[in-house]
Design a protein around this ligand. Sequence first.
Ligand code: SAH
Ligand code: SF4
Ligand code: F3S
Length: 457
Amino acid sequence: MNDNTALISEIKSLLGDSEHKAYVRSFGCQLNVSDGEKIKGQLKKMGYTFTESEAEADLIILNTCAVRESAEDRVFGIVGSMKKLKEQKPSLIIGIAGCMTAQSHVADKIKQSYTQVDFVLGTSAINALPKLLLEALKGAKFSADITEYDDFSEVAEQVRDSSFKASVPIMFGCNNFCTYCIVPYVRGRERSRRPEDIIAEVRGLVADGYKEIMLLGQNVNSYGNDLDGEMSFPKLLRELNSIEGDFIIRFMSSHPKDASKELIDTIFECEKVAKHLHLPVQSGSSEVLRRMNRRYSIEKYLEIVDYIRGKDPDFSLTTDIIVGFPNETDEEFRETINIVKSVTFDNIYSFIYSRRSGTKAAEMPDSTSDEVKSRRMRELLEVQREVSSEHYKRFIGRTMRVLVDDTAKKRDGWLTGKSSEFIIVEFEGDESLIGRFVNIKVTDAMNWAVVGELISG
Ligand code: SAH
Ligand code: SF4
Ligand code: F3S
């Protein structure tokens, strides 16, 4: 770890006394959002304040995602539109960070075609930000290529987006190489943070009044495999559960190949751990799962579901599904529809397969047309809508403990929050309840949320 103190004070004196505003926007998964909070932490140390308006900014950092082509296209569109901003304000500095930059063909494209960009900051190379920014402030362009993985977590000054919900990465990278996925290429191999650092961070957050702790990793179930000693994810959960205070623990994502009975027992035994599991199935066909290199069969997946539902038939599950994996047949897609109907997920996050250059699946023949893929996607969404509107009815009449997130978008005087089961709950209440736990008696169910009445704040 480099000590950036000297660089940071040089930047501070270069910026002088006038206010300098930074606009930092993160795309993609919560791990990337967490990196964005660390980028902001660094900028704050340099004296920057923050703005939500690109036009007002003296510094813009786009923290990008590469998981699907659409995510990349969006960023290219935004960077393109920033050419004008730079013409209007030549002193504006634009930096691109995050997963897109770890693909050399994308970094090259940015450097060659987007002259408004001043620097490219590699994934997890946040520690190099002061050096690159200083060079850019002095007028240099693309002064260095930073591509090494420089885990930043243990110095993490962060400017957190919320004052009551906190993301805590417990590990970085991924070893799984699902054939469709770019993440292992842009995030490197699995590295677990030391449990004592995680525990200290969570203790600090709880002492600061945080009510929800979201533990993050691409596959939390392999947490600790690379550490000396006996640490495992269920053990870590138990340790965190024993921290005193009124808070809820969530985690994401959990790879089915490593989801153990011990993990499930731990969820049931730890009162602070949310009663919800996000268990990405990706496809209902064992043959597609094999081509995806997921390393579980659909039978194995259903065994886990049965174990959970044997303990609680109403247990809340959510999942990710990819539609239109190369050469997915109609029959294979039917198997996915059947799984969605039989497991009854509370929510699915579904994506049309996107070809990622450099991955194994990118080399696989694919004769399924885009039109067929879109039709399958529409059908899947329709089926899920029916499943969830039926499934959500099980909550009617129950009392749910809800962490209040915000005011509801469409109804004046209403609030929105999430229950332990990760269900959106809407109810009438005062804004002063935001950031607090309340008890809500559920009166009605829709296909995306339940509604209820406040019974205690
Ligand atoms: N590590 C997590 C997933 C991270 S990416 C896990 O294994 O569960 C989040 C989701 O994006 C994945 O679960 C998958 O459904 C989707 N995804 C990843 N690569 C994709 C691609 N090339 N095309 C479409 N969807 C993809
Ligand atoms: Fe991608 Fe698979 Fe790793 Fe998840 S587990 S990040 S889908 S390679
Ligand atoms: Fe996207 Fe990178 Fe996350 S590719 S999903 S931001 S790890």
